[in-house]
Structures are given as C-alpha cells and as structure tokens.
Design a protein around this ligand. Sequence first.
Ligand code: COA
Length: 333
Amino acid sequence: MIFSKITGIGHYVPENVITNQYLETLMDTSDAWITERTGIKERRYFTYGKDTNASMAAEASKIAIERAGITPQDIDFIVYATITPDYYFPGPGFVMQRELGMQGIGVLDIRDQCSGFIYALSTADQFIKSGMYKNILVVGSEIQSTFLNTSNEGRGVAVIFGDGAGAVVLQATENAQHRILSTHLHADGTYAEELYVKDPGSSRSKRFYDDLVEDNKTGDVFMNGSAVFKHAIVRFPEVIREALDKNGLKPEDIDLLVPHQANLRISEYVRQQMKMPEEKVMNNIQKYGNTTGASIPIALCEAWESGRVKDGDLICLAAFGSGFTWGSALIRW
Ligand code: COA
C-alpha cells in the first residue's frame, strides 16, 4: 500500500514586527486587553515591495524542499491554501511555481480559511495514496495585514491577525510506521457570514469597485467573535476525538497537538477539554497572531525545529475557522 509522509518542512515570516504597543498608537486598545483576550503579544506584517503572498510561500517551500533532500524539479504537484491571494485570480500558487522554476506541474488553490492547510494536506494525501503523485508541495501563505481596518472600528478583528507562510513536502512511502494516519474534514455553511469578507464579491448590482467606493466597509473582515469562540471550542475537541477514534487511539497517546493558532484562550480551553499537559500543545500565537492558512505549518515547523517533533511521535493537527470549517490530521512522524 502507498501512504504519504511529511519529509520536509519550512516557514517564513516577514521581518516587520508589529507589537501590541504599536497597535495602541493606531487604535483605542491596550496590550493588556489583547493579551488577556487572545494571548497575542506581537505579529508580523509583510513589507510592501519585498514580500508577496507567493514570495513568502516560495521562501518557506525552498526550506521544506531542501529538508526533504529533493529539488523543486522533483515536485510533481502543488496544493496551496490561502484566502489572501496577491491577485484576485490566478492564485499565488502559480506565481510561486514560476518563481521556483517548477513550470508544467499542476497547481491547486484551496480556499478553506483557517482550516485551509488541513484541507490542503488531506487533498495531497489522497493524491499520493491513489498513486497519482509522489512528491507534493503543500503550502499555506497569507498576507492579511492589508485587509485589516486598524482604526477603532476594526479593533476587534485587527489585533488578531498577522502575515506569514509555511510549507511541507509530502512524499509517497510504503512504510506504514511513519505516515499520515488519517485526515478529517468538515464544514457548516449555516455560519458563512459569521466570519467573512463580503467584497470584492461577484453577485452585486454594481461593479465591486463602485460598491467599495460607496461603502468601503464591505471590504472589511466581519467577525462575530463570540459565535466563532463558541463553535471553535466544541469543534476542536470533537474533530480531534474523531481522528483518535478512527485510529483506536486516546488523547494521552498524542505527543504533540498543533492547533490552528486562532486564539490562545481557545487552545487552552481545548487542551483542558482533552486533559492534555501544557507541554503537549504547541502555541506560538504570542509571536505571530493568527496567520489563518499559514498558522499550522508555521507552528509545526517551529515545533520540529525546536525538537518537539521526533521520529515515531503521534502528532495531531486541528483547525477551525471561517465557513465554518474544521478538520484534523493524525500523523505518525
Ligand atoms: N481593544 C480594546 N477593546 C476592544 C478591542 C480591542 N482590540 N476590541 C473590542 N474591544 C471592546 C469592545 O468594543 C467591547 O467594548 P464594550 O463592552 O464597551 O462594548 C469590549 O471590548 C468587549 O468586546 P467583546 O467583543 O465582547 O469581547 P470578547 O470578550 O468577546 O472578545 C474576541 C473578543 C474577538 C477576542 C473573542 O470574541 C474571541 O476570542 N473570539 C474568537 C475569535 C477567533 O478566534 N477568531 C479566529 C477564528 S479562526
């Protein structure tokens, strides 16, 4: 049987550090409010003229490919998760493919918001298990800072999000000991408008450009924070348990849980629900904020680099976000 295995991982965060103290100069907020509600101390914003969604992904991908011991030309497919493309279309995966000299191979854009990386990983896993591809680059990259309203009006959302990119190389293996065990994907569109950006949307009475000029608030992120919170703390434990049940495992078998870095309070609540010790849950939201599709590969990469992911470990990835979407992946490293 063919399975898939993560053989290389990399991440890139822009150098521009935005502290809570800096946000205090833009809006009526405080380090204490942000820290208490979200756990975030700082986040990164891209540098205009230096970083693009595609260029950040390319940097992360180069590291992942090198660590996998292969070259960009060995990659035979790209799955790229983002909700903040450089262009309205085509997606940044195509530009990144060009930047890395991988022209000719297929590129699949995934738009599943904070669960995007799990959806991308799951999709790549199926392509490998079917025998269609052997080496897939799976990417999550976001530039969200340009979408944030950093005035008082947008402060409930703006303080949470940041920019960054992460990537993994997924390769075919016949070794059943080290592989992705299972992935689990869910969504409930009932809540599509509880966390969304309305424009630029197509189904409008006028060109979106005119609409935005008339009422530029439709281009802002809208988030019903308490609805997101309430659903997240139910769906995270549910989808982690689903993955464990599928594989006949228990929460205590998990060596490291890498949750989507939505909010430290959510991660902490999930950890307590799962009765897991602090050292078994990866959190780096304090440094990067919520980087949506990029958060899991960035967190997994930092965990791996610091020696928290070892051969044979049971790693659980889990996400919840806009859509609403949620998902998990269980990996025997
Ligand atoms: N700084 C200071 N005050 C702020 C603020 C900020 N950045 N943002 C909002 N406030 C104010 C509000 O205006 C409100 O003031 P009021 O009581 O005078 O009306 C007060 O703080 C409380 O606002 P509220 O929205 O009720 O706060 P909350 O305790 O629900 O926390 C979130 C807001 C967003 C932190 C919280 O709902 C949350 O964590 N939700 C989940 C969000 C998430 O994880 N999103 C990512 C999903 S992938």
